[in-house]
Design a protein around this ligand. Sequence first.
Ligand code: FAD
Length: 434
Amino acid sequence: MAEKHFKYVILGGGVAAGYAAREFVKLGLNPGELAIISKESVAPYERPALSKGYLFPQGAARLPGFHVCVGSGGERLLPEWYAEKGIELMLGTEIVKADLASKTLTSAADVIIKYDILIIATGSTVIRLSDFGVQGADANNIFYLREIDDADKLVAAIHAKKDGKAVIVGGGYIGLELGAALKINNLDVTMVYPEPWCMPRLFTAGIAAFYEGYYANKGIKIIKGTVAVGFDSDANGDVTAVRLKDGRVLEADIVVVGVGGRPLITLFKGQVEEEKGGIKTDGFFKTSIPDVYAVGDVATFPLKLYNEQRRVEHVDHARKSAEQAVKAIKAAEEGKPIEEYDYLPYFYSRSFDLSWQFYGDNVGDTILFGDNDPTSAKPKFGTYWIKEGKVVGVFLESGSPEENKSIAKVAKLQPPVQDPEQLEKEGLAFASKI
Ligand code: FAD
């Protein structure tokens, strides 16, 4: 059995892994000290591209174009970069066993990897309809989107089923981005979701009404208040229809399912403290086990601003948590203190010509401002969330970089609101003057 040993091992080769590697190099890394182990066959890349530029009919994003760290305006880390820095990229390597007590990982091919310090960055996996026993859910051309291989299969189907019918199951950000991407590829798109409006975990009814109207104007059909309960397929096993709980049957050549994800932590069950479905960490991303850190989607960390433990499944946190963990590791080696993680939640999405950003917490009362008419030539609108007389969250569609900076500032500073009516009238101007 082959055995390797590294001072630092990052388990997972996604967004967090790439940003962690860059931080190690920035703070001082000797060749041979770090290995990144990834089930995927490519070096870390900016995962959000998979549901956006990767699916464009023309000028599609392809690797090496979106390797980390381009997503946050940094330089691309090409596979050569890791080689130059003496970082071992163990690609196409799935870890099937982790023994945190003996600091040992075992791969599917029986390679043993030992470490001094481990960073868990295994991210999330998609929830599958077959997990709920939905009949026919294993038919061909029913897609999920998490890794680049999934995106390649979807791209092949888009080409094979030219001008065909697509059904999107799920009205979250994956559903909305995929609905747009398939429409741009000239498919006849229907979206189905059980909630009264799209993105209900973040959007208010007022925000959602804009996107639903905009999508309808693009020719996307939206069916709400029901779920897919089964799929029909032909003699080749290719999906032909989606059956809905309300009795309707939708013809389909392609189905994309985006019904959520769950953090990949099964390897560590019973070995490390968990909270809220993730691995519990402190403000330095240290877990309950010495020398083991957890970052990105898997970490349930103290969100200082709201004084509560949270798990965040977004790319900005994946990047920043990875950097914080590496800073903490290096500082501990040098016996220096560093500041605790102080994160301001930030989410974004893009589809068609639209682009929104959200900062802060979506709790409390809401105030919608601006032009949210989906038929406007240049719609631009937002929403403030107000809790205990303070603005705690801000959403903005079609903001300029300056305006997005100002809403982030508001969410961080939480200015008081004396008069909600005045705030509604002022709209974005309120944020711009903070
Ligand atoms: P990941 O980037 O998922 O990386 C985890 C890695 O670990 C993967 O390479 C996986 O193969 C590997 N791995 C897991 N288990 C093992 C194992 N046992 N052995 C070896 N390797 C393993 N966020 C936003 O904020 N905005 C967006 O617009 C946005 N768009 C997205 C679009 C898509 C299609 C997806 C899937 C996600 C999107 N996200 C978006 C979420 C964002 O990409 C994630 O929050 C982020 O990638 C999390 O980073 P991570 O490093 O924790 O996990």
